[in-house]
Design a protein around this ligand. Structure first.
Ligand code: HEM
Length: 147
């Protein structure tokens, strides 16, 4: 086979031992896609259509949602699934289009590093969120946050 001929889709892979990670990556895109439809459209429906709709979104609305373990887990699941889905999808594109091996390695590393950092920060924010942090006497939250 010359360099400008593509291998047939079912040709044996270079990696012969261990789990077929590319296959599981493919399965992950489909499975997370199905879950993301429910999570993203549920999120949009609850935030934009129920109650006062978009006009009801403010600090108190977000604080209210983060006070509930149900919404904390909903949001964290959406964060993890979407970031891993997005990074893995971008990894596919990088592998398809970046021909320089070093550039490809650097880009794929950068993808997982940024996704990992965002997952870490986002998860910390959702589970440690405290609406009373830093509230002073001149804040309208002062009364609520006493006691
Ligand atoms: C309703 C939610 C979503 C569904 C149902 C969905 C579904 C899918 C599926 C099935 C694929 C694989 C396509 C293929 O292999 O040919 C894919 C690829 C991809 N997705 Fe999603 N996705 C969703 C949300 C997202 C989000 C939120 C992001 C970004 C964070 C994202 C970024 C990507 C990227 C970058 C690819 C790779 C595209 C490519 O290979 O050309 N998707 N998506």
């Amino acid at each position: 086979m010359t360099a400008d001929t593509l291998a047939a889709p079912r040709s044996p892979q270079v990696r012969k031992k261990g789990a077929n990670l590319e296959k599981w990556g493919w399965v992950y895109m489909r499975a997370s896609g199905v879950l993301l439809v429910v999570l993203i459209f549920g999120h949009l429906f609850v935030n934009l259509m129920l109650g006062e709709g978009i006009k009801g979104i403010d600090f108190a609305f977000v604080a209210g949602k983060f006070a509930s373990p149900f919404w904390q887990w909903w949001d964290v699941l959406m964060l993890w699934l979407a970031l891993i889905h997005g990074a893995n999808g971008m990894r596919t594109i990088v592998n398809d289009y970046v021909t320089n091996a070093t550039a490809r390695k650097v880009l794929v590393w950068a993808l997982w590093l940024s996704a990992g950092l965002l997952i870490l920060l986002g998860t910390l924010v959702v589970f440690t969120f405290d609406p009373c942090l830093g509230v002073t006497a001149d804040s309208m939250l002062w009364e609520t946050c006493q006691g």
